[in-house]
Ligand binder design. Structure first.
Ligand code: FBP
Length: 356
């Protein structure tokens, strides 16, 4: 993308959204919603940036009695701070009917002291919790759905829409720089926070994920817990030129989904958090509604693919607000390879079962 200059002034997020609205691609409410979420991310970026100086590191709750969220995880102080910032910012604007968060057991209708809008917002206020205290990139992930017609007080069931119904999705990474990555279904675009003027500025219009890749991201320490197709798939990646894939693969794992996916949107690769014996009972590790689906929408809009290993992520019919799924996303051809290993295993097994 041509760098910003006097002859090519940088485009702010506000200008980008106004131009999308003028083009009839989004309405004023959705534009306002995205602006409000972006402003909340700026505030969260400031809180995260304070680190130990701001006393924001460490677990929430009191020593000896950590506060545990609906996921059964000990909440970090910044998980709670980020959640509160997003709740406060989105309560009064009139663009939302309700919202749901990784940190809250159930969805929350907008209090009836405020006007309610037509959209539902789902978010992971601070993704990558295990990295918060060690100064590694973390982020906020969000997904926007329409509130079903005629529903004025939305409940959990009204959020259970497949990812194909998303009207917008994005994440904001808090790392060396703060970057907001957004889609409204017309490509995926990156905006970098200009800390001097306090505005998100368009730095990559139309991110594209290369079709092929030689880089994979997975938590290898879970290898012995993986299903056979995943063992075979990664085994062949590690075999490199001596194996059936005939080329060497590099590995990266930040353990912050936002950071791993941002790398893939920037230079390609495949990210996976497969089903394993440790998380099988829960259906996976990562959450469908506010981790897998928004990332899948962004990746598909950038020419990549997103799958459960056994089907398109965005077509999964949700059954619960905090439902978990296996995740494979990134370079289209590589995701197809991962799916092929699962398909061959499943058909082989069913073929074997058929022949007894
Ligand atoms: O600790 P592991 O097994 O490496 O898992 C890391 C994954 O878990 C997550 O941290 C889960 O997200 P939360 O931090 O929001 O719970 C992802 O960001 C990351 O990809």
């Amino acid at each position: 993308m041509t760098p910003a200059s006097r002859s090519n002034p940088a485009c702010s997020l506000t200008r980008f959204l106004i131009e999308e609205q003028r083009g009839g691609h989004i309405g004023p409410d959705l534009r306002l919603l995205i602006e409000v979420v972006a402003r909340a991310c700026k505030r969260i970026s400031i809180e995260v940036g304070k680190g130990a100086l701001g006393g924001v590191l460490g677990d929430a709750g009191t020593p000896g009695s950590a506060s545990i969220n609906v996921q059964g995880e000990a909440q970090k102080k910044l998980d709670v701070i980020a959640n509160d910032v997003l709740l406060e910012a989105n309560a009064w604007g009139g663009h939302l009917a309700g919202l749901a968060s990784e940190e809250m057991d159930h969805s929350m209708p907008i209090p009836d002291v405020y006007p309610r809008g037509n959209y539902l917002l789902l978010f992971d206020p601070l993704d990558g919790s295990s990295n918060i205290d060690v100064n590694i990139s973390v982020g906020t992930i969000f997904s926007v759905l329409r509130c079903p017609e005629g529903v004025t007080v939305p409940e959990d069931e009204h959020y259970l829409q497949p990812g194909t119904e998303q009207v917008a999705a994005g994440y904001c990474t808090y790392g060396p720089n703060t970057t907001l990555v957004l889609t409204i279904g017309r490509g995926t675009h990156a905006f970098t926070l200009d800390r001097e003027i306090g505005s998100f500025m368009l730095t990559t219009r139309g991110m594209r994920i290369p079709e092929e890749t030689a880089e994979f991201a997975v938590n290898m320490s879970n290898q012995r817990h993986w299903e056979p197709p995943m063992q075979a798939y990664v085994g062949d990646l590690l075999a490199g030129t001596t194996g059936p894939r005939g080329k060497d693969f590099n590995m990266r794992w930040v353990a912050s989904m936002v950071a791993d996916v941002h790398r893939i949107l920037t230079r390609g690769g495949i990210f996976s958090y497969p089903l394993d014996a440790k998380c099988a009972a829960k259906g996976g590790k990562l959450r469908l509604m506010y981790e897998a689906n928004p990332m899948a929408f962004l990746v598909e809009q950038a020419g990549g693919a997103a799958s459960t290993g056994r089907g398109r992520m965005l077509e999964v019919q949700p059954t619960g607000l905090h439902q978990r799924v296996p995740v494979f996303l990134g370079s289209r051809a590589e995701v197809a390879h991962a799916e092929r290993y699962h398909r061959e295993h499943d058909t082989g097994r069913s073929a074997a079962a058929a022949t007894g």
